[in-house]
Design a binder for this molecule. Structure first.
Ligand code: GRF
Length: 216
C-alpha cells in the first residue's frame, strides 16, 4: 500500500480531509506519520484520534533550519513515503530538504498561484480587490508557493468579504482538491513536464475546478 507522510503546523483541516478520503476508500494509502513543528498543533490531536503515529519536533532544539530539516528528513525517509504532503506547514523548507523529496513533495496554497504567494494569501486577495481567488495544489520547489501546478479551484471574491469569509469559501475547495491531487499522484496519473503537470485521462476545461474533480 502507498504511504504518505504529512507535515502540519496548525488546525489540520486538510489533514482531516485526507484522513476522511482514506477512510472512505477514495484514496488507497495510509498515513504512516504526521510531523509538526508546533506542540499545540490541532493536527497532532487529529492524528492521535485517528491512531496515526505523530511527532512534535521542537525547532528550539536545533541551532539552524538546516539542522532541523536534516533531522526531519531522516525521520521521513525511515517511513519510505510515496508522497510527502505539506498541510498547513508553516516553516520554510531548506533547499536540501526540497531536493531530497523532489517530485514527491506537495503543498496546498490558498490562492491561484502565482497570485498572492506567501503568508495571508486570502487577506492579500481581499485587500487587493481581486474578483476571483481560489486554491492551488502544487509540487514544492525552491521558489516559495510557486512549483508546478497540479489542480486549482476558483472562487469569487465578494465586495463585503472579510479575510475569514473568503478563507472559508476557499477552504471548502481545499478539502476537495487536495485529496483529489493525492489520489491522482498515488495512482501514477500525474506527469510533470518542467513547469507543466498533466493528469492522465483527466477532464480539462472545467469550472470551478480544473482539471475536473472525479472523486470529491
Ligand atoms: C490552508 O489554508 C492551506 O491552504 C494553507 O494553510 C492552511 C492550513 O489549514 N497552506 P489546515 O491546517 O489544513 O486547516
Amino acid at each position: 500500500m502507498k504511504n504518505i507522510v504529512v507535515l502540519a503546523s496548525g488546525r489540520g483541516s486538510n489533514l482531516q480531509a485526507i484522513i476522511n478520503a482514506i477512510k472512505e476508500k477514495k484514496i488507497n494509502a495510509k498515513i504512516s506519520l504526521v510531523l509538526s513543528d508546533k506542540k499545540e498543533a490541532n493536527a497532532l490531536k487529529i492524528a492521535s484520534e485517528n491512531n496515526i503515529k505523530s511527532k512534535f519536533i521542537d525547532p528550539s532544539f536545533f541551532a539552524s533550519r538546516e539542522g532541523y530539516d536534516i533531522y526531519i528528513a531522516e525521520l521521513i525517509k525511515k517511513e519510505n513515503p510515496d508522497l510527502v504532503v505539506l498541510a498547513g506547514y508553516m516553516r520554510i523548507l531548506t533547499d536540501k530538504f526540497i531536493d531530497s523529496f523532489e517530485g514527491k513533495l506537495i503543498n496546498i496554497h490558498p490562492s491561484l498561484i502565482p497570485a498572492f504567494q506567501g503568508l495571508k494569501a486570502q487577506k492579500k486577495a481581499v485587500e487587493y480587490g481581486a474578483k476571483f481567488s481560489g486554491c492551488t495544489v502544487h509540487f514544492v520547489t525552491k521558489e516559495l508557493d510557486n512549483g508546478p501546478i497540479i489542480i486549482q479551484a476558483v472562487v469569487p471574491v465578494l465586495p463585503e468579504d472579510t479575510e475569514k469569509e473568503l478563507s472559508e469559501r476557499i477552504l471548502f475547495y481545499e478539502h476537495k482538491i487536495y485529496p483529489q491531487a493525492i489520489k491522482w499522484i498515488l495512482e501514477d496519473r500525474v506527469i510533470i513536464e518542467g513547469r507543466k503537470v498533466v493528469i492522465k485521462n483527466a477532464k480539462y476545461g472545467t469550472l470551478p475546478v480544473n482539471p475536473a474533480l472525479e472523486d470529491f
